[in-house]
Structures are given as C-alpha cells and as structure tokens.
Ligand binder design. Structure first.
Ligand code: 13P
Ligand code: SF4
Length: 317
C-alpha cells in the first residue's frame, strides 16, 4: 500500500543522503529484503562490504555479520538496526573457552565459522562460512590437526566432505536449525515424494538427510546441502514442481522471487530466527536517522580477527 511505499522511499532517500549501502541477509523479513540494495548469504555480503564505495554500511542481519563487515571495512561507518540481534550459535563459545580448547590441542589450526564474535575470530587462524567451509579446511595441510568451531553439524558436514579424521568439532548448535528434526524431513518427504530437497549444513537433519539417502527414502540426487546463497543459485535453475527447504524460513522469499515455476515449501514452518526478525522498518529508519547502533571493535581484537577473515576471503569461492 501507500504507507509501505512511503517508508521504503524514506529508507532509500536517507540512504542516498548518507552515502549508505543497505545489505540484508537472506533470513531478514521480506519487506527488509526488498528495500535493501543487496540481499545474500554471509559470505556474499562480506565481500560486498569489503568492496563497496559507500562510506556507511547498514547491515540488516545479526551482530556478528555487521562486525565482520566492520573488520573488512575498518574506515567505514558500520551500522546495525539493533545491536541486540545476536546469534544463539555464536553464543556457544567465547574467547576464554576457545583459548582453553587451544591449550588442550597445541599445534592445531583453528577454523572459526563466521557465526562467532570478533573476540573469538581473533583467536582463530582462519574463518569460514557455510559456502566455503570445505575449501577452507582443505587449504590446511592434511597432517595438521584442525579445531572446527562452533557448529557441530557444519563440522560433521566438513568431516564427511573432506574425509579427514583429524578434525575436532566444538559441540555448538543453532537453535533454529537444530529444531528442524529428522521427523520433519521424513514427514515432508513422504508428503512430497518428488520434491527436490535443499538443506543448510547447520541443520541437525543434514546428517539425517544423508542417512535417509542411504536408506533410499530420499534419493541423494535430489538432496543438496548448501549455504543460503547457493540455494538461490540452485533455485534459478530448478525445474521441479516442488522443493523442500530445510533452513530459516526467511530464505523462501528469495527462492520464490527467482523461480515462480517451483513451489518452495519449508521443511519446518516454525524455523524462524528471532534475532534475524528483530530488524523492522522502524528500527531501520532509526538506524539511518540516528546512526545507531554503530559497530566498534577494539584495535587489539580487530587486527587478529581481520587476519582470520582476510585469509578466508583470499581462498576465493
Ligand atoms: P549463510 O552463510 O548460509 O548465509 O548462513 C548464515 C546463518 O546464520 C545460518 O544460520
Ligand atoms: Fe544464528 Fe541460527 Fe539465527 Fe543463523 S539462524 S543467525 S545461526 S541463531
């Protein structure tokens, strides 16, 4: 309606007047995705943040994503509509716990998923996202032990994909993805037997999907484990009439936008991240008008954390 058009126009006007680029993660609400200049997964948005000419980055997502953007663009102003948008997965490990884990495993290379605080990244050798985790681990010499954190399911996926036995995995999980159960998969696959299946590696059900594939319930050719960005690429090419999507439900908006031939259904319609959903029109307008919340990172944390993120970016993909 006109009201909607007017706040969106106001967001774009304020962004232009402040030389700001608005980035939105695939899990943001549809209205926020639609008003943003760029929508994508954490890696794609990190790259855009690193390369933008804009002097302000407004990150519609969660706190660690805005922190990553700040690490890559230290001279830019980086804003997040609310600093309270955390991440239950990032909260499963802090810098003290990581230091203790490292001291028990001297000589190991530390790979930190981007879903971590800057203080944790500062203790890591290299970062990864769900779209490059396998490549990042493969970049580490085969005989060097690896500590992978904090997601146990992404860690299990990397162990399977690389076939390495010298990877220790932190037992963290994301409450949203862990909530998508093997029963959800069984029920949905039985109800939609010809559907393609897209699974985010943070899902506990990712391992179940592979297992079911072995059982023949879920043909492996139709099951793909991928990041949110790769799901959009897969959707563009898709010809199936139905696809089941095992990740946060905000994802469905971009999938439906790029492909109207396929019906995209959630594996579990309750898989909603309350932190991602904190961003709304009002907070985005406040962010642009009042310059809050601004991300700052102490210099002694920023330098080593930036090194870990830049090593990841250098690997490509
Ligand atoms: P992506 O890197 O696939 O966008 O995932 C980010 C995330 O928070 C998953 O819960
Ligand atoms: Fe964190 Fe999970 Fe939300 Fe992603 S979906 S931001 S991992 S709590």
């Amino acid at each position: 309606g006109t009201l909607e058009a007017s706040w969106q126009d106001e967001v774009r006007r304020l962004a232009a007047s402040q030389d700001a680029v608005i980035l939105a993660h695939n899990y943001q609400t549809p209205d926020i995705q639609d008003v943003a200049h760029h929508v994508g997964d954490s890696l794609a948005l990190s790259r855009i943040a690193a390369n933008t000419d804009a002097s302000t980055i407004v990150f519609c997502g969660v706190h660690f994503m805005a922190e990553t953007a700040k690490l890559l663009s230290p001279d830019k102003r980086v804003l997040v509509p609310t600093a309270e948008a955390g991440c239950s997965l990032a909260d499963t490990i802090d810098a003290d716990a990581l230091r203790a884990w490292k001291s028990e495993n001297p000589g190991a290379a530390v790979v930190a998923y981007v879903n971590t605080s800057a203080a944790v990244k500062a203790e890591a050798d290299i970062c990864c996202t769900s779209s490059n985790a396998v490549e990042v681990v493969e970049s580490i010499p085969a005989d060097t032990p690896v500590l992978f954190l904090p997601d146990q399911f992404l860690g299990a996926h990397v162990q399977r994909a690389t076939g390495r036995t010298n990877i220790k995995v932190w037992m963290g999980e994301c409450h949203v993805h862990a909530g998508i159960s093997p029963t959800d998969i069984r029920t949905q696959v039985a109800a939609h037997p010809t559907a393609e299946v897209l699974v985010h590696p943070e899902c506990g059900c990712a391992s179940s999907a592979i297992w079911l594939a072995g059982e023949g319930d879920l043909p492996i050719g139709r099951t793909r484990i991928m990041s949110t960005g790769a799901m959009v690429d897969a959707a563009r090419e898709m010809t199936a009439s139905t696809a089941l999507v095992a990740t946060e439900i905000g994802m469905l908006h971009q999938l439906r936008k790029v492909n109207d031939r396929t019906t995209f259904l959630p594996m579990n319609a309750k898989a909603s991240c309350r932190y991602m959903k904190m961003t709304n029109a009002q907070l985005l307008l406040r962010c642009l008008r009042e310059g809050r919340d601004e991300i700052t990172i102490p210099a002694d944390i920023a330098a080593p954390a930036r090194r870990a993120v830049e090593r990841m970016i250098a690997i490509g993909k």
